[in-house]
Design a protein around this ligand. Sequence first.
Ligand code: ADP
Length: 542
Amino acid sequence: MLGLMQDWPLLCHKVIDHAATFHGGREIVSRSVEGPIHRTNYHDLRLSALQVAKRLDAYGIRQGDRVATLAWNTWRHMEVWYGLLGIGAIYHTVNPRLFPEQIAWIINHAEDRMVFVDLTFVPVVEKIIGELTTVEQVVVLTDADHMPDTSLPNVIDYESWKAEADSDFAWKEFDENSAAGMCYTSGTTGEPKGVVYSHRSNIIHSLAAAATDMLNASARDRIMPVVPMFHANGWSLAFSAPMTGAAMVMPGARMDGASIYDLLETEKVTMTAAVPTVWLMLLQHLEQTDANLTSLERVVIGGSACPRAMTKAFQDRYGVQVLHAWGMTEMSPLGSFCSLKPEYADLKGDALLDIQEKQGHPPFTVEMKITDDDGVELPWDGKTFGRLKVRGPAVAESYFKGAGGDILDDEGFFDTGDVSTMDKYGYMQITDRSKDVIKSGGEWISSIDLENLAVGHPDVAEAAVIGVEHPKWDERPLLVVVRKDGRETEKQAILSFMEGKIAKWWMPDDVVFVDEIPHTATGKIKKTTLRDQFKDYRLPTA
Ligand code: ADP
């Protein structure tokens, strides 16, 4: 017997309908790329998205067509995002911080028909336009007055382009399993691969992610997604904020500490989300200016491990609750949140920070297991670590055009490439990426643990640990450190600080100081480049 409930396909544009109907006046505030603050609301944003949909439809964009955006988080990006969704076309958010050759490769691979580009990235598109084999039209996300001189052929400013249609349009209806969005893995580990989200997977994922023990989003929130919409499906915020009726504050092109601080305060942001690198800049700004955070309640930190010192600073010094999160592009992307179950809810001080170093427990719809290299499941004792594998309706089944072949195990689980423990209450903790663990004498050392510890030193701004060749142990850890401005700490001071806090044989064999640690286009430490840089390094112990 089948259930007798309505067939209401889970389509992403229903999110903006809901927001416009029940939270229509709620604001979307953006720092425009041109400079001034721009304000709109869900009611008006929906009308603009309908206009975009009608304009795309008139141009001939059809269901299943891919359209690229090279854009910051702004209201215009949201309009294009929902306009595309509403006709069954596919938003392809390209990471504009990649090398131009990579961007060209990705756009060609996705076969994007149009490119919507922010003013900032017009020079990038100019550089690669000759190589783009499928792009017919470039639209610059600005108005006629701000249109730059450009060598691009067939180019128009967004506002003039959009004005060629009105908003008298009805969304298209189609199967909820239709493709909705596309995001390439940023290639920290090999060639970029396209992950293709469906309308259904996006809706299920955002519902699950919005829940109280996860993002905890509500209509009373003013959410600032600092994480760009082009980074791993924007951590679902372009859906889960309107879905819950939360206001949105979009930082546009400026993510330095002062600009972020300015928006947090003037727009009374209650919740925000980004990678640790961004928060490092904000915390430094707060420290330098002796400023306080007066409205921010919660900060979601993920994308790479959130250092203990960062959690401590936010919570103890600024009264902002840290929510450590983990995920990946292939998971839509949110896979776990470190919110407190009753078993941990009463912890204080260091005991609490110990738990918050974990990446946490998954929302409903994400299944997890850890296994050894042969696929045998490992115990959930908080100590044993193994390959972390996941399964669920918003986890990739395969990559675009079959890249990478079959990516699931016999039980349909996807290997995340992360190594982790699980504790008895179901809290997962990443010990490393399988490619970054340091293999010393047949045992594994977690580079993440060492990094977290090193940045706890008051003079350390950023730290990275890589394995360097060692004649006896195969590999030993090398600690690479960026000092805080004006500090002069030496190697011994850092090693003494770490001593006793980790197993003796985990202690780095050497410490080197650098001015800068290389980052990927999504703000993570680029271990491949670091390993390259230090491939001939001779450890003093070798
Ligand atoms: P890319 O690595 O290509 O930039 P993703 O953004 O999808 O693409 O990265 C996902 C990976 O980021 C995860 O597999 C994991 O290694 C790492 N990661 C994400 N969040 C965390 C976290 N909170 N702690 C440690 N690692 C994390």
